[in-house]
Ligand binder design. Structure first.
Ligand SMILES: NC(=O)c1ccc[n+]([C@@H]2O[C@H](COP(=O)([O-])OP(=O)(O)OC[C@H]3O[C@@H](n4cnc5c(N)ncnc54)[C@H](OP(=O)(O)O)[C@@H]3O)[C@@H](O)[C@H]2O)c1
Length: 253
């Protein structure tokens, strides 16, 4: 039996760690990407302990903003496994200020991780993903990047404070997702964007309302789509003023 190989970036904590745990629990070999050696090794130990015999876990040094680090990670995956079945572009940072007070340098910093980092990692891994029978790419985005929701008075998103760097980085990531899906539409590779929903992690000083187990569900769902599943959508938690707290589906771009 061949084992599914899944690489998750920014997997030393938060939603990424939990995504690695849930994929590992399905028996996959989980490549736990982390930019810091100590944090990565610590997470590798914790995940091995959590999974027991269920799945293999291996730490991969990977800073998505560093081309050399990304190249080395791709070379290592190639040498060790020769292909990659699942790439979850999860690493992300959040900074933000209202547009009138926003500094382009701060935007550039956020885009470097949330947008350019995804392109850098995806392009480095694409030759390996093409060698898999049916690869899946998941870009961890957010409903805050949905222009439709942000401008719909009926959406809770429209009530949020206007902020520039983070939401626009996720809007860009949404289009990045759509463009990769378009380029790869005649291949078995599916490329989708995940919306975890507002999840309690370090990113928001644990103010999120959802658990990491819930937050990781969208990434895991999209990472394990069947052959007839969609490509080029934003899918995940649906935050509405009415309706159930835990509804999932396709979100508007
Ligand atoms: N929490 C939410 O409510 C929420 C909602 C929607 C979307 N998201 C998205 O979900 C993803 C995960 O966020 P989270 O909430 O789990 O946040 P988190 O707990 O802060 O985790 C972020 C992860 O990304 C890593 N990272 C940051 N910059 C990196 C880089 N240059 N290279 C490699 N790794 C890097 C961090 O590593 P270090 O530990 O080294 O900093 C950490 O492992 C992000 O893309 C975020 O935008 C979160």
């Amino acid at each position: 039996m061949t084992t599914t190989i899944a690489l998750i970036t920014g997997a030393n904590k938060g939603i990424g760690f939990e995504t690695a745990r849930q994929l590992g629990a399905r028996g996959m070999t989980v490549l736990l990407g982390a930019r810091n050696e100590d944090r990565g090794r610590q997470a590798e130990r914790e995940l091995r302990e959590a999974l027991g015999e269920a799945g293999e876990v291996r730490f991969v040094p990977l800073d998505v903003t560093d081309p050399e680090s990304v190249r080395q990670a791709a070379d290592w995956v190639d040498k060790e496994y020769g292909h990659l079945d699942i790439l979850v572009n999860n690493a992300g940072i959040a900074r933000g200020a209202p547009p009138s007070q926003s500094d382009p340098d701060q935007m550039r910093e956020v885009y470097e991780t949330n947008v350019f980092g995804v392109v850098r990692v995806t392009n480095a891994m694409l030759p390996l993903l093409r060698r898999a029978p049916a690869a899946r790419i998941v870009n961890v985005s957010s409903e805050v990047g949905s222009i439709t929701s942000q401008t719909d008075p009926a959406s809770p998103l429209s009530q949020m404070r206007a902020s520039l760097a983070y939401p626009t980085s996720k809007s860009a990531l949404n289009m990045v997702t759509a463009m990769y899906a378009k380029e790869l539409r005649d291949t078995p590779i599916k490329v989708n964007a995940a919306n975890p929903g507002y999840t309690a992690t370090d990113l928001n000083r644990h103010s999120g309302l959802r658990s990491v187990a819930q937050g990781a569900e969208a990434s895991v769902y999209l990472a394990t789509l069947p052959a007839d599943g969609p490509s080029g959508i934003l899918w995940g938690h649906l935050w509405t003023t009415e309706g159930p707290d835990d509804a999932y589906g396709t979100l508007p771009w």
